[in-house]
Write a protein that binds this ligand. Structure first.
Ligand code: SF4
Ligand code: FE2
Length: 628
């Protein structure tokens, strides 16, 4: 058996993995050791698009053979990536469309348990999208905003509303190449249709629709999700939050919310603060109710309200091994089916709440935004009753780390500009004068193919040491939070220039921006940097790079592709589903940059990834004439 410490650098997860092994329970990290991925599939050298096949290509001699239909390795790989990106884009757009639906419900008053929290952001966003706000009520403006943003999903021609935010030179390139996204449903549908057997079979042409479908995510549904969630639940500003399994409390009823959409989690707040349930918990001998997040909905609640966070994707099964979780409530995305078995072993209630995600063996209690309490009250009743009859020995790892979360793109502007009319000019100035070498987005999942959190942490350590300011989201942000990097004290680990800026401003060298959909905050910040001047005309000119060091999901591929298509050099760790040495691979890792876009990169070792990103940043600095 592989030592648990080889599978994770998270001490809490290591302890729980060892306990699970003693208890005879198999977790994801051990399942990954057991699984031997198919060597052809891992290179994306197989096709299942029709039933003449499946066809398999020899990765060692990829041009020797074609599929039965004649599809080349380039067509096969491009179509596979296309469908991955379509799925990722669909997931974020589905999320965004639900957020828009909730917003509409508030405006139409069918939803009364939620409201508009940030009217200033509402007005600013409406103005940016060309909606008249002068002498109009919040409701009127909100209605127009809702109608405008609906086009993000439903347009069949024209350009998505958020194209108004894209720097002119970047948008011009997209228009020239015909990749400006129209509406998300249109792009995903067309991507699926073009990848049917016997349809689009030119990888260069497929690439254009891959880009458009990805852009329909980042500048579409994901951006709608971030912006409207801020408007409804509050725009984040720095707040201290605790992270890791030590946030569980043995003497409390522990409820974990895990998933991606903020509505159900926000709805839980009302229940846990209700004196009726606090008393009910006390009647069972508990000191109170402890509401905790995991994964991305957890990252959003941590950013907006300082709600504690118990860990990232690879730890969601391990946390149940504590025996201390009375209920785990989930909605959509990244919720492993394996949770059902682990929850059963530890008598935890696993409760699904979305009609888009049921799990065999879990209890389903439908969440309805027009009547949230019916679901959330039922969850609390089950959790409190489980506390009252806990049968499991409790073992909570004594691991907890405080960090500062909640750096929205608005707050970064304010923090660096020093006023609420701040700007990104001070950030640009510090890049031009060389104190900050460049900016890196380090984001994404954890993947049990690599030691949990290791690549995230070592990569970020190396980047900040070299004066690169790091922006984070999702499970990567949780990895660095657990490692103590989201604190002003972490400036001591930064290079002299970055640490000077951090000390002057009082900020950590690693800024946590929220969940995966909040990667759009990085796009907005990048656009604002271009517009602030001095760093070129397009996002591709910026001394910036992105990375998902431990990625695993199709959403990550969609995110990576929208960064590349927006002009960012984006490096993936773990591996990449395209065969090196093929023409399609060369297009992704080379050709796109020559066309004016960003490009893909891949490396497994964190120091090597850092080197690739820093070299790219230095190349951009020298093209801008601002070498150190
Ligand atoms: Fe094979 Fe072509 Fe069918 Fe793919 S679409 S399985 S390559 S015949
Ligand atoms: Fe996520």
């Amino acid at each position: 058996q592989v030592p648990a410490s080889d599978l994770t650098t998270c001490e809490a997860t290591r302890q729980m993995l060892e306990k699970a092994r003693k208890d005879g329970v198999v977790l994801n990290l051990d399942r990954a050791v057991d699984m031997k991925p198919c060597p052809i599939g891992v290179e994306s050298a197989c096709c299942k698009h029709c039933f003449m096949g499946p066809c398999r290509i020899n990765p060692r001699d990829p041009y020797k053979k074609v599929g039965i239909c004649g599809a080349t390795i380039d067509t096969i790989t491009a179509r596979n990536l296309a469908r991955n990106v379509a799925t990722g884009s669909a997931s974020h757009n589905d999320h965004g469309q639900h957020i828009l639906h909730l917003f509409k419900g508030i405006i139409e008053k069918s939803v009364t348990d939620f409201s508009i929290a940030d009217t200033r952001k509402l007005q600013n966003l409406a103005t940016e999208l060309g909606i008249d706000t002068e002498d109009r009520s919040v409701e009127d403006v909100a209605k127009d905003l809702c109608d405008e943003l609906e086009k993000t999903f439903s347009n069949v021609d024209g350009e998505m509303p958020f194209m108004k935010r894209v720097p002119a030179a970047t948008l011009e390139l997209w228009r020239k190449d015909g990749i400006v996204p129209r509406g998300a449903m249109k792009e995903v549908m067309e991507m699926m249709s073009r990848t049917h057997i016997g349809c689009d079979q030119d990888y260069n042409h497929l690439m254009k629709q891959i880009s458009r479908t990805a852009l329909a995510d980042g500048w579409g549904g994901s951006m709608v999700a971030t912006e409207l969630s801020d408007i409804m639940f509050g725009t984040p500003s720095p707040i201290v939050a605790e992270v890791n399994m030590g946030v569980l409390k043995e003497d409390h009823v522990n409820v974990i919310v895990h998933g991606h959409e903020p509505a159900m989690f926000e709805g839980m707040l009302a229940g846990v603060n209700d004196p009726f349930f606090i008393q009910a918990a006390k009647d069972k001998g508990a000191a109170g109710i402890n509401l905790v997040g995991m994964c991305c909905s957890g990252a959003e609640m941590m950013s907006r309200h300082g709600i504690p966070h118990a860990g990232n994707f690879s730890s969601t099964e391990a946390v149940l091994v504590t025996g201390a979780v009375d209920a785990m409530v989930v909605d959509i995305q990244c919720i492993k089916q394996g949770l059902a078995q682990v929850a059963k072993c530890y008598d935890t209630h696993l409760i699904t709440t979305s009609d888009r995600a049921h799990i065999e063996g879990a209890t389903h209690i439908q969440f309805d935004e027009t009547d949230p309490r019916t679901c959330t009250d039922e969850v609390l009743i089950k959790a409190i009753s489980r506390f009252g009859s806990r049968s499991q020995p409790i073992q909570i790892p004594n691991q907890v780390q405080k960090g500062i979360q909640g750096f929205s793109h608005e707050y970064i502007e304010y923090m660096l500009g020093g006023t609420f009319r701040g700007s990104y000019s001070p950030l640009n100035d510090n890049i031009i004068n060389g104190r900050i070498r460049g900016v890196a987005g380090v984001v994404g999942c954890t993947n049990p193919k690599v030691k949990q959190d290791y690549v995230h942490v070592e990569l970020v350590r190396e980047l900040i040491k070299n004066d690169v300011l790091v922006l984070q989201t999702g499970c990567s942000q949780i990895a660095l939070s657990k490692a103590g990097f989201l604190t002003p004290e972490a400036a001591a680990l930064a290079g002299p220039g970055l640490s000077e800026v951090c000390e002057t401003v009082g900020m950590p060298p690693v800024l946590g921006l929220g969940s995966c959909v909040d990667n759009t905050r990085i796009l907005i910040a990048a656009s604002a940097m271009v517009k602030a001047g001095g760093l070129g005309n397009s996002i591709a000119d910026l001394p910036a790079a992105g990375c998902a060091p431990e990625w695993m999901s199709e959403k990550a591929l969609a995110i990576g592709q929208y960064f590349v298509s927006s002009g960012v050099y984006t490096v993936f760790g773990v591996g990449f589903p395209a065969l090196s040495g093929t023409r399609f691979h060369d297009l992704l890792f080379n050709g796109l940059e020559q066309q004016g876009y960003g490009k893909w990169g891949m490396a497994k070792d964190p120091i090597e990834i850092a080197r690739l990103m820093i070299d790219h940043i230095d190349k951009k600095r020298s093209q801008l004439g601002i070498d150190k």
